[in-house]
Design a protein around this ligand. Structure first.
Ligand code: AMP
Length: 445
């Protein structure tokens, strides 16, 4: 199959040739004809599978072939993205695909001055890429009208809800014309996303190019158990041992990012960090320097790193496991993109066992554990498996006291291997069901 057989027009084929895209990826092969036929779409695709071109190429074609010229302060197509970085990245791809077409494209997001964006919108743009908050601001200030909108794309819709954008999405929904095409893309599909899709989509075609909630199989994943207080030391040790050249590291909090960057820089390691507290220009600069290999280690929170496309990124390290299990799939999706192989290493301490279990359940795999000599944890990480169970050591049966009295020390029990669980002991609760981690909306970071 070629892009030409999917019915794409010559200016798009020329752009793809320049970019070196020869064969459509599975999501492109399914999405392109459906979007060209005017269908609404609900697409589940792994990260890095080429979903941007999957919606952008047919969208550009429809806008070129159909519909009136864009009016002042209007957009004909809107692509909503969860973060500024992703908006920039999607816009860069759209602009590349559109290089031989008479269409205008633009990206708007918060964290930068709104005035230049208002000026730019005066003439109208064919394709507007936006984050939800800034889009609403522009709409409320009458800088943007949406009555000419033909197509809405929700990119990484699950992430938008995770970041607490459900209210913004509901507001935007009310601003849109009823008659439009809607394309919803998401790496993972929770029940909440399905309900959003039910509201926004009209008789959508469902596309699922990979098993649900399974990370790219081109990524080799494993876990190194370690005590919490020794994570930074272990990271430096593994980095030196493995001669890591370019690593994207995920930490849970902004403070965690800053602390690790300080520690690495203090050791003379070329590291930088990105998180939501840093100004957009600083974040972009750090990212650009990382992409061009001027920075060796980039430490990031989930919000800052979402959707980044870094060519040939060999390694992702989870310094902390994500609180939302689905973020694990997004994180490791930064490597092993477009058919390359990659590695994802998670440094896991005993406190994180429930997160590990939720990840294994979601991805339907038990992650291999590799103990690093001299870093074996004092606080053992309990065994987990893809069934979502953490195996807990039974309480030791109380020794009968010679005196018959109580008051002995209570044994609170320790986590142990499943093999250590004595099956017939009545006072023992060998396994405990682990709660599935919250996948619902959470506060904006
Ligand atoms: P995406 O999943 O849209 O972020 O795309 C992941 C990466 O794959 C990007 O670097 C794209 O430029 C690249 N890509 C997308 N489609 C193709 C294709 N058909 N052939 C080669 N590379 C592609």
């Amino acid at each position: 199959m070629t892009f030409a057989t999917l019915g794409l027009i010559e200016p798009l084929l020329r752009a793809l040739e320049t970019l070196g895209y020869q064969t459509p990826t599975p999501v492109q092969a399914q999405a392109i004809p459906a979007v060209l036929a005017g269908r609404d779409l609900m697409a589940a695709a792994q990260t890095g599978t080429g979903k941007t071109a999957g919606f952008a190429l047919p969208l550009l074609q429809l806008l070129t072939m159909e519909g009136p010229k864009v009016a002042a302060n209007s957009a004909r197509a809107l692509i909503l993205c969860p973060t500024r970085e992703l908006a920039e990245q999607v816009h860069a791809s759209v602009a590349e695909y559109a290089q031989h077409l008479p269409l205008t494209t633009y990206a708007v997001y918060g964290g930068v001055s709104i005035n230049p964006q208002m000026m730019k919108l005066r003439k109208g743009v064919d394709i507007l890429v936006a984050t939800p908050g800034r889009l609403i601001d522009l709409f409320r200030q009458n800088a943007l009208k949406l009555n000419q909108l033909q197509t809405l794309v929700l990119d990484e819709a699950d992430r938008m809800l995770d970041l607490g954008f459900s209210e913004e999405l509901a507001n935007i929904y009310r601003m849109l014309p009823k008659k439009r095409q809607t394309l919803l893309f998401s790496a993972t599909f929770s029940d909440e996303i399905r309900s959003l899709a039910g509201q926004m989509l009209n008789d959508p075609l469902s596309i699922e190019v990979s098993p649900r909630n399974v990370a790219a199989n081109t990524v080799k994943q494993w876990v190194v158990p370690v005590d919490k207080k020794r994570k930074a030391e272990l990271f430096v040790h593994l980095m030196r041992k493995g001669r890591w050249k370019q690593v994207l590291v995920f930490a849970k909090t902004r403070n965690g990012v800053d602390a690790l960057v300080d520690k690495l820089q203090g050791l003379g390691i070329n590291a930088d960090g990105i998180h939501g507290d840093k100004p957009q220009a600083t974040r972009q600069r750090a990212l650009d320097r990382f992409k061009s290999s001027d920075v060796q280690i980039l430490v990031a929170t989930d919000v800052a790193a979402r959707g980044l496309d870094i060519e040939d990124l060999p390694l992702v390290v989870n310094f902390d496991l994500p609180i939302v299990a689905e973020d694990y799939i997004h994180r490791i999706g930064r490597t092993g993109r477009a058919g390359n192989t990659g590695e994802a290493i998670s440094l896991v301490c005993a406190d994180e066992v429930n997160m590990l279990s939720a990840i294994e359940m979601l991805t339907r795999q038990t992650l291999t554990r590799k103990m690093e000599p001299d870093f074996e944890p004092e606080h053992r990480v309990p065994d987990t498996d893809a069934s979502g169970q953490v195996v807990k050591k039974p309480k030791k049966p109380k020794k009968p006291k010679a005196s018959g009295g109580g008051g002995g020390k209570r044994n609170l029990g320790k986590w142990v291997d499943s093999g250590d669980v004595a099956p017939a002991e009545p006072s023992i609760k060998p396994v405990r069901k682990v709660p599935v981690f919250n996948t619902g909306p959470r506060k904006k970071k």
